[in-house]
Design a binder for this molecule. Structure first.
Ligand SMILES: [Zn+2]
Ligand SMILES: [Zn+2]
Length: 156
């Protein structure tokens, strides 16, 4: 469990933050863009309300337009380049906090996986976790799937 408030930082420490409320949910994205962006197998992020994330330190912004035509902006440490969070045009009150930047990243685990069609073959996922081969058109579906998974995990 993630203890709130939760703290985190970039790898050089110039950017630090405090998250003051529980995330809505946590997801893993296996799309190739996230693989490029992270230089890794997938991205794991916490969806949080932007106004619950207090950040100190200088960030740079970089935006790209998604396949759906929406602008997604990533905020990176100005010194080390580490991505800290990212806001999508479709949901400007929310941001995707990169789980590896938490001081205790082991406190969270994905509740839904998306873009599994480009998942690395060696990365095995539990059978009972919600998975999407791409991503649902309605982001609320992701939230609902994560909520259902959380309820079954905690209630079983
Ligand atoms: Zn940094
Ligand atoms: Zn992705």
């Amino acid at each position: 469990m993630l203890n709130i408030p939760a703290t985190g930082s970039c790898q050089c420490g110039a950017v630090t933050y405090t998250l003051s409320a529980e995330p809505l949910f946590t997801y893993a994205c296996h799309c190739h863009t996230c693989q490029k962006r992270t230089g890794s197998a997938c991205a794991v992020a916490l969806v949080v309300a932007l106004d619950t994330l207090a950040i100190e330190g200088e960030l740079t912004a970089w935006s790209r337009v998604s396949d759906k035509g929406e602008t997604n902006t990533r905020y990176n440490c100005a010194a080390c380049g580490n991505t800290v969070h990212g806001v999508g045009e479709a949901n400007p009150a929310l941001t995707k906090l990169q789980s590896g930047t938490l001081d205790d990243p082991r406190a969270v685990e994905p509740e839904v996986h998306m873009w599994t069609r480009s998942r690395q073959a060696w990365l095995k996922l539990p059978d009972d976790i919600p998975q999407y081969t791409t991503q649902p058109d309605d982001p609320l579906q992701l939230l609902q799937a994560a909520m259902d998974y959380r309820a079954s995990r905690d209630g079983a």
